[in-house]
Write a protein of this length. Structure first.
Length: 250
C-alpha cells in the first residue's frame, strides 16, 4: 500500500472515528458499508477490517464517556461478560456464511433498527434518567443478545444496546452510549480475533483506519454531550438509514 492510500485511510478513519464517538458505536457501522462501497470488500472482509479500527476506538471512547458520566462497574462487568461469550459463538457462525447472504441480512438488521428508533420518537415515554428502570441483573439478557448481534455483524453490539437502554431501561442517550461501549469492548475484541484467524481481515487497510479513528473519536464524544437529547436520537436514526442504503446499493 502506497503513502497516498495510507493517508487516505487515516483520513477516512478520522471521519469514521468522529461518528463512532458521537453515537457510541466505535465507527464500525459506517465503516462496513464504506469499505464495501468504496473499496469493493466482501461483507465478511469489510466487517473484519472495520473491527481493526473499532476495537481501539471503543476502548478510547469508553474511557471518554466514563470521564464525563461515571459508568457503574457492576453494569459494565455484567454487560461485558455476557456479550463476550455470545459474540464469540456468533462470530464463529458468521465467518462461515456466504458473503451476499451476510450483506442482505445486515441491510435488514439496519432497517429494523432504524424503524425501531424512528417509532420510538413518537412514543410516549417516561423521562430519561441516569438510573435504571429495571433491576440491573436484567442487563445480562441485553448483553447476551447484543453481543450475539455484534459477533454476527461485526458492529460490537452497541448499536443494539443503546436504543434498548434508553427505551426499556429508561437511561439518557449519553448514559446508554457509555454502557453500550462497556458491552462492545470485549465483544469486538473476540470478534476481531475470530475474523482474523479465519483470514477475513485486511490489516494493511485496517491499521491506518484505526490510527485516524483514535485521533478523532474524542471529538465525537464531546459533540455527543453537547447536543440536545432529541437531536442526538434523530441523528442516530438517520445514520442507521444511511448505512442501510449504502449497503443496499453496493
Amino acid at each position: 500500500m502506497d503513502l497516498f492510500a495510507i493517508a487516505l485511510n487515516v483520513v477516512l478513519g478520522a471521519a469514521l472515528g468522529t461518528l463512532g464517538g458521537l453515537f457510541g458505536i466505535g465507527g464500525g457501522l459506517i465503516a462496513i458499508p464504506a469499505l464495501g462501497v468504496l473499496f469493493g470488500l466482501d461483507q465478511q472482509l469489510a466487517q473484519g477490517t472495520a473491527l481493526v479500527m473499532v476495537v481501539p476506538n471503543v476502548l478510547l471512547a469508553l474511557w471518554r464517556y466514563h470521564q464525563r458520566n461515571r459508568i457503574d462497574p457492576r453494569f459494565a462487568l455484567l454487560l461485558a461478560v455476557t456479550s463476550f461469550g455470545f459474540a464469540w459463538l456468533a462470530s464463529l457462525f458468521a465467518v462461515r456464511l456466504e458473503a451476499e447472504s451476510m450483506r442482505l441480512a445486515f441491510v435488514g438488521f439496519l432497517l429494523a433498527l432504524a424503524a425501531y428508533n424512528f417509532a420510538r420518537m413518537f412514543m410516549a415515554t417516561a423521562p430519561a434518567s441516569a438510573e435504571l428502570r429495571h433491576p440491573w441483573p436484567w442487563l445480562g439478557v441485553l448483553g447476551g443478545f447484543a453481543g450475539a448481534m455484534g459477533g454476527l455483524f461485526g458492529v460490537g453490539g452497541a448499536v443494539v444496546a443503546t436504543p434498548v437502554l434508553t427505551s426499556v431501561f429508561g437511561t439518557t442517550q449519553v448514559v446508554a452510549q457509555g454502557l453500550s461501549l462497556s458491552l462492545a469492548a470485549p465483544s469486538t475484541a473476540v470478534t476481531l480475533a475470530t475474523y482474523g484467524l479465519n483470514h477475513h481481515v485486511n490489516w494493511a487497510m485496517g491499521i491506518p483506519l484505526a490510527v485516524g479513528g483514535l485521533l478523532s473519536i474524542s471529538w465525537g464524544v464531546r459533540l455527543a454531550h453537547a447536543l440536545p437529547e432529541r437531536v442526538l436520537r434523530t441523528a442516530f436514526c438517520v445514520f442507521l438509514l444511511v448505512c442501510a442504503v449504502m449497503l443496499a446499493f453496493e
